[in-house]
Design a protein around this ligand. Structure first.
Ligand SMILES: Nc1nc2c(c(=O)[nH]1)N[C@H]1C(S)=C(S)[C@@H](COP(=O)(O)OP(=O)(O)OC[C@H]3O[C@@H](n4cnc5c(=O)[nH]c(N)nc54)[C@H](O)[C@@H]3O)O[C@H]1N2
Ligand SMILES: Nc1nc2c(c(=O)[nH]1)N[C@H]1C(S)=C(S)[C@@H](COP(=O)(O)OP(=O)(O)OC[C@H]3O[C@@H](n4cnc5c(=O)[nH]c(N)nc54)[C@H](O)[C@@H]3O)O[C@H]1N2
Ligand code: SF4
Ligand SMILES: [Mo]
Length: 718
């Protein structure tokens, strides 16, 4: 069959529209959809590789079971029945917490998996629920919950209208934006400059984004919290703050008192940013006609990740830039996960209502920090994890101290992985349950429309039917959940797959019709699935609009500028401040940070040959002066050692990096045996998470702290 197919790419957060030409059931052309009003024809090199993913000979298409003779193909019914039996038996013997779940990043890029995976999690009723949230954006969601009353009321930079954009720890040129769904980010950043505005990047590396910025400042990894405090110090000291009727006066006073201790002089010594620059940025930001401060992975994954996100919100609020055009705004998506009364309203959040068993780390939104996963498997006693279900995740490569987790996985009674690759994590499973890939299923972006720089909606139909016998993630979850319920009530398990009338599309249709643009709300747009099916380039629902106080969900309808609970973290902050001022020579003198590359996507797209061309990417970047001091040269292999591990990696000398800082990308380390990813193995690289430490976290939120891991660089004698 010949056709032109339009859909959006679901690989990263940018949601670019794609135009796919098909002849005789084969893809012959792939480009950006120029009629998509949101992405305007933009795509990156990863988008077209959805084809390679679909055609990848290493992609699993039927369930496999680990046996004495190796992996064996099994039927869906046998696999799902056996798994259901084992889960119910183990839970009745050892309690619900004996079963753990880890949901990886692609879950949120796959609405079927999200909707039916959540049902599965809720039926398992285990405290041991983990996800990639706690190696990523947990602080953003936590602070939205604490300050605005809903974890998904995340402030989004109004990039198309701002005059001053301050970026900390984000590299949208490589990542294509995060918690800021923004296809075409280069053009949009350039447009700020073209209209006389500025964008400024604060990063220990002069990144691709920083390269084009009006200003880039190096910062010592992990010290952003002090920079943010001193920016506020200057703002208050100079009365640059603006009144806001949604704030409580005591909150402002308490913050004013707190920030007084963090003078630009002291902070300059800690961060490496001059006092003058700190002062100038504070003035420029506060005096701009509109401004937005934005921090991403580099600042959320720090020892003070939560305080960083708090202070970023505070800066936006007190300078009058929250919920204002050109500042940090909120979306009004067609499927509303936030609004009171919405049929799809997600939980507003929860924090520290229970703790992990071993280290007592706090729960957020019914999830525990994944840094605790390995110890919860390895530590004997009541509540020990015996079963792990991973879905769309590769925690051996993506979570801190991956080698420790790897050892833990070998001790499980049962491990089940929803994944189409046999990789570093899934190789430990007893069953791998492979779902269809993107081009074979439909998709509506539930999550990234909530984080987008414009309100948009788009429904993506499947391009190809699934091969005979293949199932979607949601179908696997749906069947398994039902089997567990049947087994719990002592019923026989059916010998066919259990069909369901409810589909992801039917759930969405209902939500669209009753959502903000649906007939139920008397909107002229009359939003529905049918309408989206007939709008193959998606529908633009306009720029972000003022949302408060209507969509502010705190109990008193005020912004909680200084949530009480944060006070418990201030002593830790002050101790660190003193330590940092009197910093002494460390056994591990270099600070390690990560990096992303446009052609990688976390750990899982290294098996697509076209994305792996070009010069080797898994290198350790180091500043030329440091290289001289260490006596190392380009491409030479060195040993990098941290408190928890060691690896060998080639050197890349570059003045992109701040002195004293080294950088290694995450997601590599495909040299482990027993996987089946032919191309990825050829470009194996090493895993930075064999150096990062499960014990180094943001103690307040439980989020992993990857930025600024102390390491030693050892020259290998020739
Ligand atoms: N091509 C590509 N795109 C992706 C991904 C990918 O793997 N590849 N991953 C996707 C995912 S899951 C996410 S969450 C997003 C992330 O999106 P971004 O946050 O934009 O991603 P990064 O490129 O990791 O940017 C983090 C930046 O923080 C800097 N940094 C490190 N430590 C510090 C510090 O202590 N202080 C400051 N100020 N900066 C610091 C790093 O040098 C880096 O430039 O990207 C998404 N998009
Ligand atoms: N040191 C360091 N570590 C990091 C980061 C960092 O910046 N530095 N970044 C962190 C961040 S932001 C994130 S989000 C995590 C990501 O961490 P994870 O989510 O654990 O890992 P991914 O590499 O995204 O692996 C995704 C897995 O899902 C599979 N998959 C892809 N699509 C589907 C699908 O539709 N269905 C199913 N069932 N499976 C699918 C892939 O084959 C792959 O095995 O990594 C984190 N780790
Ligand atoms: S930027 Fe992201 S959404 Fe756009 S084509 Fe690339 S991977 Fe896909
Ligand atoms: Mo992420």
């Amino acid at each position: 069959m010949d056709q032109t197919h339009f859909r959006s790419c679901n690989l990263c957060e940018a949601m670019c529209g794609l135009q796919i030409e098909v002849k005789n059931d084969t893809i012959v052309g792939f480009k950006g959809d120029s009629l998509d009003s949101f992405s305007r024809g933009h795509i990156c090199p990863k988008g077209p590789e959805l084809k390679s993913l679909y055609e990848d000979p290493d992609r699993l298409k039927y369930p496999i079971k680990k046996t004495k003779n190796g992996w064996e193909k099994v039927t869906w019914v046998n696999a799902l029945s056996d798994i259901a039996n084992q889960i119910v038996t183990i839970q009745s013997k050892y309690g619900n917490d004996a079963v753990a779940i880890y949901n990886g990043n692609p879950t949120v890029h796959n609405y079927g998996s999200m909707l039916f995976g959540q049902r599965f999690v809720s039926r398992i009723k285990s405290k041991n629920n983990f996800s990639a949230t706690s190696v990523d954006q947990l602080p953003h969601q936590l602070l939205s919950y604490l300050m605005f009353g809903h974890q998904l009321l995340v402030p989004i930079p109004d990039i198309d209208r701002t005059q001053y954009f301050l970026i900390l720890g984000g590299n949208p040129f490589a990542s294509n934006g995060s918690l800021m769904t923004v296809p075409d980010v280069k053009k949009r950043l350039k447009a700020i400059q073209d209209r006389g505005g500025k964008y400024v990047v604060i990063d220990p590396r002069k990144t691709e984004t920083a390269e084009h910025a009006d200003e880039h400042l190096f910062i010592k990894p992990g010290t952003d919290v002090f920079l943010l405090l001193s920016l506020l110090n200057i703002i208050f000291e100079n009365k640059l703050n603006k009144p806001n009727s949604l704030l409580k006066e005591n909150d402002i006073q308490s913050i004013q008192i707190l920030v007084k201790e963090f003078s630009p002089e002291d902070v300059s010594k800690i961060t490496g940013i001059s006092k003058e620059s700190i002062e100038r940025i504070a003035f420029e930001f506060a005096n701009a006609s509109s401004a937005v401060c934005y921090g991403r992975v580099g600042v959320s994954t720090q020892e003070f990740g939560a305080l960083c996100q708090w202070l970023i919100n505070v800066i936006n609020i007190v300078t009058g830039n929250l919920d204002k055009e050109g500042g940090a705004m909120f979306t009004l998506p067609a499927v509303d996960l936030v609004g009171e009364g919405s049929v799809m309203r997600s939980s507003s959040g929860s924090f520290n209502t229970f703790q992990s068993r071993v280290r007592k780390l706090p729960e957020f939104n019914d999830e525990l920090p994944v840094s605790a996963l390995a110890e919860e498997i390895l530590t004997e006693g009541e509540g020990q994890i015996r079963v792990l279900v991973t879905s769309a995740g590769n925690p051996v490569l993506s979570t801190p101290n991956g080698s420790k987790l790897e050892k833990a996985l070998t001790q499980l009674d049962l491990m089940v992985s929803f994944d189409f690759y046999l990789n570093e994590t899934t190789k430990h499973a007893h069953y791998i349950l492979p779902p269809t890939s993107t081009l074979e299923h439909d998709h509506y972006d539930l999550i990234f429309n909530v984080f987008a720089v414009r309100n948009t909606a788009r429904y993506n139909q499947p391009l190809f039917p699934p091969e005979e016998g293949m199932l979607h993630d949601w179908e696997i979850f749906s069947d398994l959940t039902k089997r567990i319920e049947l087994r719990r009530s002592g019923k026989e398990l059916p010998t066919e797959l259990i069909k369901t009338k409810l589909t992801p599309a039917s759930i969405i249709d209902h939500a669209l019709k009753s959502g903000p643009y649906g007939a139920k709300n008397n909107s002229d747009i009359q939003m529905s699935l049918e309408l989206l099916k007939n709008s193959s380039h998606g529908i633009d629902l306009g720029p972000l609009k003022k949302s408060f106080p209507e969509r502010l969900y705190t109990n008193d309808k005020k912004i909680h500028l200084y949530p009480d609970i944060l006070e418990s973290d201030i002593p830790r902050l002050k101790t660190k401040f003193k330590e940092q001022i009197n910093v002494s020579q460390s056994m591990f003198p270099y600070l390690l940070i990560g990096r992303r590359h446009l052609r990688n996507n976390n750990s899982w797209m290294h098996n697509l040959p076209k994305l792996m061309t070009g010069k080797p990417r898994c290198t350790m970047m180091v500043h030329p002066d440091d290289a001289i001091q260490l006596g190392i040269t380009n491409n030479e292999e060195v040993i990098v050692e941290s408190k928890v591990g060691q690896l060998k990696i080639p050197v890349e000398i570059t003045d992109e990096l701040m002195k004293g800082v080294v950088s290694i990308p995450h997601g590599f380390g495909h040299n482990r045996s027993g996987t089946s990813q032919t191309i990825a193995t050829q470009f194996s690289g090493v895993s930075i998470n064999d150096l990062t430490d499960d014990q180094i976290i943001d103690e307040f939120s439980g989020n992993a702290a990857f930025s600024g891991i102390q390491v030693k660089i050892i020259k290998i004698p020739s």
